[in-house]
Write a protein of this length. Sequence first.
Length: 284
Amino acid sequence: MKFATYTSDGQQFYGAVAKGGMIALSPDCPDWPTLRDVIAADGLRQLTDMAQGRDVTHADGTFRWDIPVPNPEKIICVGVNFPDRNAEYKDGQDAPPNMSLFPRFARSFVGHGTPLTRPPETPQLDYEGEIAVIIGKGGRRIAQEDALNHIAALTLCNEGTLRDWVRHAKFNVTQGKNWDGSGAMGPWLVPFTDDNQITDVALQTRVNGEVRQDDRTGRMLFPVARQIAYISTFTTLVPGDIIVSGTPTGAGARFDPPRFLVPGDQIEVFAEGIGTLSNGVVDE
């Protein structure tokens, strides 16, 4: 069963994804205002039981998808995490011994079906298809061999990037990664119950039906277990935290000439066992 956060008639709900729409569960869970609270209480199994036999409460077309965890304490993204991505930089350097990291803010993401926003300050809006890992059991200095046991769920991410703004300063990319509404996350959470859901699955990004990115998580330079172990060395991970685990080669900036997103484009991020995240593009 899959779970999502959504808005209908100005009110935000979370619930179970069903054929034809959503089954609202949040009205019956006042102690768990958001899916972050559900995750912190290890309540996804309880939501599964609650949804059994219920009818759809919000039909398709009557709600807007929101990002699944609307209020994470932190979102940490992993950069340059596939072999061909490292080669794209053409700097002659081998893969680094440690991963590159940067933060993103929740308001930089929209939900499934809502267009990404291209701002007037730059036309260089780019796509990056990724799998996002939702932390369930928090911790500090988590051992790599135990790290996957700390995952509650998986979702998808289009880690939209304003390419020229990631080069505005010498050492950081944060400002190019955090424009309001420049990325997307969703559509839903898939509960994590088996290591095989993340260790070697297909990940693909399509733009207007054309495959631009296509790889497998088994080729990551820094697998998700190592990401959790490394990140938790310097910061305490808490339930609902999100790790965006890295994108394959094939982003628009790496074409010659670059192929940045323009209004009317449709981007689909697909991962085996999770589903498809789809968004258009509009100008702000």
